[in-house]
Ligand binder design. Structure first.
Ligand code: MF3
Ligand code: CO
Ligand code: CO
Length: 271
């Protein structure tokens, strides 16, 4: 396995790409309320990217065995785990939606992030799932430092999520990112401490746990080739940041003015 180590110059370019990816979510946020369709969210995302001079990494994205992805971002509502395709159905009070945005800058660098949005007043269960998933992501981030291993990240996320009675999706993981959308390593959101690849300064990857309220099993939904749902139809949540391994710890790259406040157990966005 060869994990690309970013130079100081690469890291500057990634900071820029990641800030822009985060600002797309900021741009969309005030519009996400009951009645908006996920297609309209997609249109707003595309509008923001056009203003930035970035392009969406997802439009036309086609890994082997998949049809080309048809939208500028992903919108995964309620029991949709990931890769939901924007459509004409209005969001309604009580829905939860993940919006996942990946941009490519003019100089070819990728920034990838996602957030959950609660539509109007939501059930206590839905709010708890979103909050626990956010905190699970941060428990993973807190593991990031030179000498730690990928298994430490997965374990921290799994322990926290399962400790709250939720389950961790196994089929999708975080990923290295840079001048490609998905690079090595795979960043599993479950695992054993002290296992897998050792982290080194200059590695950049995403941490993006998908956590289910019910069982961890997922399935393909219908025939669009993309949408993944929970098998038991339970709610699913996801948060995503792109993270740099620094000489002393981590730097969360996908932060902007609209990023949610840090959990109480986190003291810094970079260490
Ligand atoms: N942004 C997603 C990720 O975090 C990937 C979406 S691929 C798409 O890796 F084609 F579904 F958009
Ligand atoms: Co990602
Ligand atoms: Co993403």
């Amino acid at each position: 396995m060869t994990i690309n180590i970013k130079s100081a110059e690469d890291i500057e370019a990634m900071r820029h790409a990641c800030r822009l990816a985060s600002e797309v979510l900021d741009y969309i946020a005030p519009h996400i309320k009951p009645g908006i369709t996920t297609k309209e969210i997609d249109r707003l995302g595309a509008e923001c990217m056009a203003q930035q001079g970035t392009i969406s990494a997802t439009v036309g994205y086609q890994p082997p065995g998949y049809p080309p992805y048809p939208a500028s971002l992903c919108t995964s509502v309620n029991h949709v785990v990931c890769h939901g395709i924007p459509n004409d159905k209005p969001l309604k009070k009580g829905d939860i939606v993940n919006v996942d945005v990946t941009v490519i800058t003019k100089d070819g660098w990728y920034g990838d992030n996602s957030r959950m949005y609660l539509i109007g007043e939501c059930s206590i269960a839905a709010k708890r799932l979103s909050a626990v998933t956010f905190e699970a992501m941060w428990h993973g981030i807190l593991q990031v430092k030179p000498g730690a291993r990928l298994g430490d990240i997965g374990h921290a996320i799994q322990k926290f999520a399962e400790g709250h009675g939720f389950s961790v999706v196994r089929e999708f993981c975080g990923h290295g990112i840079g001048q490609k959308f998905h690079e090595e390593p795979q960043v599993l959101h479950y695992g054993r401490p002290g296992t897998l690849e050792e982290l080194q300064p200059g590695m950049v990857f995403t941490i993006e746990p998908m956590i289910n309220a019910g069982k961890r099993d997922v399935k393909n939904h219908g025939n669009d080739g993309w949408t993944i749902v929970t098998k038991d139809h339970s709610l699913s949540a996801q948060w995503e940041h792109t993270v740099l391994v620094t000489p002393t710890g981590y730097e969360v790259m996908t932060l902007s003015a609209g990023s949610p406040p840090l959990p109480s157990f986190v003291t810094a966005t970079r260490t």
